[in-house]
Design a protein around this ligand. Structure first.
Ligand code: DON
Length: 304
């Protein structure tokens, strides 16, 4: 077994010394205040051991990482019916691209790009009694941690600047692929993205996807097949037009967010989360991707 703690500490030191730390997202104004010198990494192994370095206990905006958990909740609620409204193909385009949505008659390429996540948000708004509260409780329950919360300043900041998401939601509505009012779906979506979690909390929340659908408390959240489908989705679509690059360099299913977080996992082995707020040109954490590449190279632990 590799010395995980020593490896994480080494990766942390290398990240702290990196000359290029990327650019913090500013299109959601509230995210622009985050210091790009933050860096956290946390690993949770299948046998329940934890290893961490740097700012792994500090919370940050999970943003698009929430799309995976929204998808898993929607799968729990309506199962395969999801795929009548969203496809399962990589888009090869940025997360907020609209052109394909119009060409493909309002059926988003996959649930991890913004338009697909809006359809999933619509499903949750239709099927949960108190959508925002119930979804937050779902994540708290998965993580076994009641302290997890929304950052309402971030949700509001995106609400007043999220013009492309308004455009996507209106386009979906025009194709009759949104059942609830545009404003209700967007309010839910902006809040799910504005949930704050640490690397440590993310590894707990995503544990069930590395454990055949059974979460940390051993409760069955999804079937083994459903967990497999979500992992496939992360591998092929988790990094938008950089999904190929992440599979090529890192070799794990994973998901990024513009808050600078990345979660990745090796089924039956581990979940790992990194946080470095500076992004690369494709909107994925620059040092997060580099660090995970080094992690799978050093440990020789990847799906390939
Ligand atoms: O919808 C948006 O633009 C943001 N709330 C989330 C985007 C995001 O995290 C893309 N991920 N890399």
């Amino acid at each position: 077994m590799p010395d995980f703690q020593a490896i994480l500490e080494g990766l942390y030191r290398e990240a702290m010394n990196a000359s290029d730390k990327g650019t913090v997202a500013s299109y959601i104004p509230e995210l622009a205040y985050i210091d790009k010198n933050n860096f956290g990494i946390h690993l949770k192994t299948a046998d329940g051991k934890d290893y961490g370095a740097g700012d792994y206990k500090k919370v940050f905006s999970i943003q698009s990482i929430s799309k995976v958990l929204a998808l898993s909740k929607a799968m729990e609620l309506i199962g395969e019916n999801i795929w009548k409204r969203v496809d399962v193909e990589p888009s090869g385009h940025p997360f907020n691209q609209l052109a394909l949505l119009e060409i493909e008659n309002g059926i988003p390429r996959n649930p991890l790009i913004n338009s697909g996540a809006l359809v999933i948000a619509d499903i949750l708004v239709s099927n949960l009694q108190n959508p925002k509260e119930d979804f937050l409780n779902y994540i708290r329950d998965l993580s076994g941690d009641d302290t997890i919360n929304f950052n309402t300043d971030v949700a509001h900041s995106e609400k007043v600047t999220g013009f492309k998401n308004y455009a996507a939601a209106n386009l979906l509505k025009s194709f009759k692929n949104l059942n609830n009012p545009v404003d209700d779906v967007l309010d839910f979506y902006f809040h799910q993205c504005a949930i704050e979690m640490s690397c440590q909390q993310l590894t707990k929340a995503f544990f069930f996807l590395s454990n055949k659908g059974n979460c940390l408390s051993n409760k069955i959240r999804l079937t083994k097949t459903q967990a497999k489908r979500i992992n496939a989705m992360m591998l092929t679509c988790g990094f938008y037009d950089e999904a190929g690059e992440f599979a090529f360099e890192v070799g794990l299913p994973g998901k990024s967010g513009v808050g600078g977080g990345i979660v990745a996992l090796l089924p039956d082995n581990f979940v790992i989360a990194t946080w470095s707020p500076g992004l690369n040109i494709k909107g994925n954490s620059l040092l997060g991707m580099k660090t995970l590449e080094k992690f799978t190279t050093k440990t020789k632990l990847s799906i390939f």
